[in-house]
Design a binder for this molecule. Structure first.
Ligand SMILES: Nc1ncnc2c1ncn2[C@@H]1O[C@H](COP(=O)(O)OP(=O)(O)OP(=O)(O)O)[C@@H](O)[C@H]1O
Ligand SMILES: [Mg+2]
Length: 289
């Protein structure tokens, strides 16, 4: 099988929701075209109601387009074989709460008709990966929101999919969980997976996505490599070590003498997120009990 260059190709996609009982129509996706290259992590952004989840549902074949075309892994979304190659974390997961983590993953593994031994190994790996080792035998009804998000991520990966769609993967997670999920996404990318993730937490997207697609009212308004979109053309930054306290003055004098305009200057600081993660990690065991 030849691997396609594009994992997703969407052309002139429109989705109109019609209400059977009124004349009310909502154009959730409006003449949208974009592609996702194999091996990239793509951020899917937009304000509430922009059409992200609708597009994801169309990609998965759960909804039919009003017009336009979608190709996923070289097939139509309705193709049964293609569904086995996709992992999906929905915006909200609804699990049978009397199962524990092992049982729920075993159930999802069975849906993919995985061989028992392979399934067992995969479940162990995933539980370790999402940091639920200590809690694996507890019923899901006792899980916190963040723990349920972690089990949702494990479920999305049970079939070792080549294309992974994550709708708000970090919602409900604490900063450590968020950082772990970001690291997990980077690891998945390094193992050759293609990922589409939507998120309102823009720092998460900025940290992991190679490219971003920004929707507004169902339309694509910006699309491109993250670094390029965010770069401030014509400006650059230095961070210098200043042991003596005099470096600042020396640089100021140099720039003044050479007609260089400094547009911002200040003390370097870590983010509150970095500070939080560092402090909690220093305090000890971080596996959820
Ligand atoms: N089942 C539905 N029936 C009718 N309208 C819907 C339906 N689902 C979504 N919509 C409408 O389609 C538009 C896009 O919604 P969608 O859920 O795709 O946005 P979103 O970008 O995922 O938003 P959010 O960031 O809040 O999750 C909204 O105006 C919404 O009200
Ligand atoms: Mg949504």
């Amino acid at each position: 099988m030849i691997a396609q260059k594009y994992v997703v190709e969407i052309n002139n996609l429109t989705k109109v929701y019609r209400n059977l009982f009124s004349s009310c129509e909502v154009k959730a996706v409006d003449n949208l075209s974009f592609y996702i290259r194999r091996g990239e992590v793509c951020g899917f952004l937009g304000p509430n109601g922009a059409g992200k989840t609708t597009t994801v549902m169309l990609l998965l074949g759960f909804l039919k387009p009003t017009s336009g075309t979608i190709s996923v892994l070289g097939q139509k979304p309705s193709h049964v074989g293609v569904k086995e190659r996709i992992g999906f974390l929905p915006e909200e997961s609804y699990f049978y709460k009397f199962f524990n983590a092992d049982e729920i993953l075993d159930y999802y593994g069975s849906l993919f008709k995985m061989e028992s031994k392979v399934k067992r190994r995969r479940i162990d790996e995933l539980i370790e990966m999402v940091g639920l080792k200590e809690a694996r035998k507890r019923r899901l009804r006792e899980y916190s929101k963040g723990m349920l998000r972690r089990i949702g991520i494990a479920q999305a990966l049970i079939n070792d999919p080549e294309f992974i769609i994550l709708d708000e993967p970090t919602s409900g997670l604490d900063p450590i969980g968020t950082q772990e999920v970001k690291e997990l996404i980077i690891n998945l990318k390094q193992s050759g997976k293609t990922i589409l993730m939507s998120s309102h937490l823009l720092a998460d997207v900025q940290g992991v996505c190679d490219r971003v697609i920004l929707l507004h009212q169902g339309k694509l308004i910006v699309e491109g490599p993250t670094r390029e979109i965010l770069s401030k053309k014509g400006y650059f930054r230095f961070e210098v070590q200043d042991d003596t306290g005099s470096t600042r003055e020396q640089i100021r004098n140099f720039t003044e003498q050479n007609g260089i305009k400094i547009t911002s200057m200040g003390t370097s600081a870590i983010t509150l997120e970095e500070f939080f993660v560092k402090s909690i990690k220093n305090a000890g065991n971080n596996n959820i009990q």
